[in-house]
Design a protein around this ligand. Structure first.
Ligand SMILES: Cc1cc2nc3c(=O)[nH]c(=O)nc-3n(C[C@H](O)[C@H](O)[C@H](O)COP(=O)(O)OP(=O)(O)OC[C@H]3O[C@@H](n4cnc5c(N)ncnc54)[C@H](O)[C@@H]3O)c2cc1C
Length: 554
């Protein structure tokens, strides 16, 4: 059997590479910084157990000799594929609490090998969990089977060897990309053609195209093409019952779209091996500006006005005062709206001017406009290092910081949703209030004032009829009981989302952790139709059992 070789070793328990984790002194400095900046005292430094000290249950599966080169049962592989990258995943992994690792990790290098692995799993009655970057924050890749499962074991099917851009159609601006290609991997290959997908989830560095499609990921564009859905032209999936391939079409009115069933299927129907994706020329013109608001909800009114204006900014993110301060964008108690436009063909500064006027009408105070061409030379207007640059840098560094925060005794939870504008203000206030109340109660801190938890909100995506607010909670963790603490906060805020009629997720997917609320949200006849589709594509219920639907029930 073969273990993955990697010149620079990925952390088996967290974000990034082994050499990127701060040492104990570094973690103590992070804890001190948290106390100074956020006012509460983290609960103390915790470091990950040694891989060699992990006590994993023995593997229950032995691959057939003809396929054994595709499989690994090494402790590193099994541990690093046992869970995703939510707070509760990282905490459990650090403590070595991994009772359900996959029995085997498979690394097929072609669609034919994917098919062969699925065939062997079917013969062996092994459950299969497709695994892209493993960055799921909803238990989507966790090798935990439902209690009534009778599978003989679990195979985590890692797609990362399927990492190529296979074809480019420069006339239609589309590219066929394999499902295991990561953000930097596919962008690097598209760059050779002067093209880009421009889908930037925060997990961009390690998440994959197949994972984005399977989870309906939300990316860089804050208006317009917000979800990966809008960029999929056609998809190819290998299901246990055979291949599923849709036609390349710019649009079609021929019945329900087959792609719609693949997008968001979360590994429950088959393995997405490649997809034709809509790409674009690399942007040459960019213009950004940040606008300060004394009141977050005035900023939200500006986001609404912009989303309804038809201007379609590429970026239109509103950070409340706490988010702005944590991200180093502003420290004067203002909320910050970051607006950006980009184009491959025409200068965009005029559109930015119009957008800034709209924001000003809503009570905002604009900073300087920064306009750049492809060579990154400031053009048109005087521009300084802008809040948008600070925000982007902080955005990409955040997952690394999160590991350091967790190891220094900070509970970090993020959750996101979407709601129509008519209910936005009241809803957002009630979520913030409940998150603050329950977090303080579970963390033994005051609700307000010195030592209280940090609860903040940003708007990540905006539509003409509503927006996606994204919440971040930071509090002292309860050593040894972090998972229970997280679960209770998650449950309380999920109940608020559900009772307000909002969605349980705007872009983090359902996985195992959101099932209860997803089941309440979807119409029952739709659940029945989904179960019927699953039975047709996956008759033995091998694919990611426990996610989205239960094959035997609902
Ligand atoms: C720090 C951090 C930041 C994040 N930021 C964002 C963000 O900005 N936007 C966003 O949308 N999400 C975000 N996420 C969540 C996560 O990155 C997304 O859900 C992402 O799309 C998962 O991609 P992946 O390749 O890592 O998939 P995985 O985590 O490996 O898998 C996710 C699900 O998709 C299935 N799957 C994976 N690959 C395939 C395939 N080829 N075929 C069929 N099924 C498959 C899996 O079985 C699983 O159910 C973030 C997560 C973290 C940890």
């Amino acid at each position: 059997m073969a273990e993955q070789g990697d010149e620079r070793t990925l952390k088996w328990w967290g974000w990034g590479y082994d050499d990127q984790q701060p040492d104990r002194a570094g973690l103590e400095a992070v804890a001190k910084g948290v106390h100074e900046r956020l006012g509460f005292e983290p609960s103390g430094v915790v470091e990950a157990v040694n891989l060699e000290d992990l006590d994993l249950p023995p593997s229950r599966l032995t691959p057939t000799p003809t396929l054994s080169d595709l499989f690994s049962d090494s402790p590193r592989d099994r541990a690093s594929h046992a869970v995703g990258r939510a707070y509760r995943d990282i905490v459990r992994t650090i403590r070595g609490d991994l009772p359900n690792p996959p029995d085997l990790v498979a690394r097929p290098g072609s669609p034919e090998e994917v098919d062969a692995v699925l065939g062997w799993c079917e013969d062996s009655n092994a459950a299969v969990i497709p695994f892209g970057g493993g960055t799921s924050v909803v238990g989507g890749v966790e090798a935990r089977l439902p209690e009534d499962s009778d599978h003989a074991g679990v195979v985590s099917l890692d797609l990362k060897r399927l990492d190529r851009v296979l074809e480019v159609d420069p006339v239609s601006l589309a590219a066929r990309i394999e499902g295991g290609a990561t953000g930097p991997g596919l962008e690097g290959q598209l760059r050779e053609h002067g093209l880009t997908l421009r889908h930037y989830p925060q997990s961009f560095e390690f998440s994959t195209l197949g994972g984005w499609i399977a989870t309906r990921a939300g990316g860089h564009f804050a208006t317009g093409e917000t979800h990966i859905d809008d960029l999929v032209e056609s998809a190819r999936m290998i299901a246990p019952s055979g291949e599923w391939k849709s036609r390349r079409l710019p649009g079609s009115g021929a019945g329900p779209s087959p792609d719609r069933l693949v997008i968001g299927s979360e590994g429950t129907l088959g393995v997405i091996v490649d997809a034709w994706m809509r790409v674009r020329e690399r942007p040459r013109w960019r213009a950004n500006c940040s606008v300060l608001f004394e009141d977050f909800f005035d900023g939200a009114a500006a986001v609404r006005a912009l989303a309804q204006s038809g201007l379609q900014p590429a970026n239109c993110r509103l950070l409340d005062a706490t988010e702005a301060e944590i991200n180093g964008v502003s420290a004067d108690g203002s909320s910050v709206l970051v607006i950006g436009f980009e184009s491959a063909r025409v200068p965009v500064v005029e559109r930015l001017d119009q957008a800034v006027e709209i924001a000003r009408d809503c009570g905002g105070s604009p900073g300087s406009i920064e306009s750049r061409d492809a060579e990154d030379r400031a053009e048109g207007r005087p521009g300084e290092a802008s809040a948008s640059v600070d925000w982007r840098n902080a955005f990409l560094a955040a997952p690394y910081l999160r590991d350091a925060l967790i190891c220094s005794g900070v509970l970090t939870e993020t959750f996101e949703t979407a709601i129509t504008w008519d209910r936005f203000d009241e809803f957002t206030r009630s979520v913030l209030e409940e998150a603050r109340r329950v977090t303080a109660e579970l963390s033994d801190t005051p609700v307000e004032g010195p030592g209280s938890p940090s609860v903040s909100c940003r708007i990540t995506h905006a539509y003409s009829d509503g927006a996606a607010p994204y919440f971040t909670v930071l509090a002292p963790s309860r050593p040894g009981a972090e998972v229970a603490q997280w679960d209770e906060i998650k449950r309380a805020v999920s109940e608020v989302l559900d009772s307000a009629g909002a969605t349980i997720t705007h872009h983090h997917a359902v996985g195992r952790d959101h099932r209860e609320w997803y089941d309440r949200q979807r119409p029952q006849p739709f659940a029945d139709a989904l179960i019927a589709a699953k039975r047709a594509l996956d008759p033995h219920g091998l694919m990611n059992p426990g996610v989205l639907v239960d094959p035997g029930g609902h």
